[in-house]
Design a protein around this ligand. Structure first.
Ligand code: ADP
Ligand code: MG
Length: 245
């Protein structure tokens, strides 16, 4: 297996608050990893540390042969960040741009792709997430599920090597959760490397190659869905799972 992201002794503190205490883990190419754990346990912080939206307090994060943690904000870090697509809980679409403009902006602005090419690729991606007929609509006229699918298409437009998702369904009405999970499942089936923070345990069990359970600043359990869901070893995981399963 090819290592894609290698996290070594990652720590992150905010003032006195030691959120990530000592985390080591590897994401291999093509793997789908679901991160689960209680609220406030540092899952979002961990994800934001992967693409260095949050600078680490200590530790390494090796991606494409470079330790991202050693880089200051700037061009080299931006270029590596572009290879990690990120999808947030609240979609974060640009409200003043229509759907296709949202999707083609970054490839044109950041990668210098021509408008024609960006438009064509953007429409293909919208087709893929089932929204080709919405290209000219503005985000506010779409449902939450549709907006989130646009956000996924927008992230894919940059041709990322890995996609990071932070609770992509938790701001959605229940009837829209399924369409996002389906879109993510299709993406997983296409071979995309994915790291997904989620509370959707059924989805995690079905789609993940590995489950990482985070609590109290550590990855307490790492294993296949069967290992973590059926045979958790830590008291912390047993307690959490008894409440959510
Ligand atoms: P989760 O995603 O698992 O709910 P978070 O990563 O959002 O957890 O938060 C973990 C802890 O880190 C919380 O105690 C939160 O208050 C703290 N935290 C997160 N981001 C910041 C920040 N930018 N500044 C200060 N504290 C933060
Ligand atoms: Mg979070």
């Amino acid at each position: 297996m090819t290592k894609m992201i290698d996290i070594q002794h990652r720590k992150k503190t905010f003032g006195e608050n030691e959120v990530l205490k000592d985390i080591s883990a590897t994401v291999n190419k093509g793997q789908v990893i679901c991160i689960i754990g209680p609220s406030g346990s540092g899952k979002s912080t961990f994800l934001r540390c992967l693409n260095v939206l949050e600078h680490p307090t200590a530790g390494k994060i090796v991606f494409d042969g470079t330790d991202l943690a050693s880089l200051k904000d700037g061009k080299e870090l931006d270029q590596l960040r572009e290879k990690m697509g990120m999808v947030f809980q609240n979609f974060n679409l640009f409200p003043n741009m229509n759907v296709i403009e949202n999707v083609k902006l970054a490839p044109m602005k950041v990668k210098g792709v021509s408008e024609k090419e960006a438009e064509q690729k953007g429409l293909e991606l919208l087709e893929k997430v089932g929204l080709a007929d919405r290209a000219k609509q503005f985000p506010a006229s779409l449902s939450g599920g549709q907006q989130q699918r646009v956000a996924i298409a927008r992230a894919l437009a940059m041709d990322p090597e890995v996609m990071l998702f932070d609770e992509p369904t938790s701001a959605l009405d229940p009837e829209m959760v399924g369409e996002i999970l389906k879109t993510m499942q299709d993406l997983a089936n296409s071979g995309m490397t994915m790291v997904i923070v989620t509370h959707e345990m059924g989805f995690a069990r079905e789609v993940a190659d590995e489950i990482w359970f985070m609590a109290d600043g550590y990855l307490q359990e790492k294993g296949t869905p069967e290992e973590v869901f059926e045979h958790p070893t830590s008291d912390r995981a047993k307690d959490f799972l008894s409440k959510v399963l």
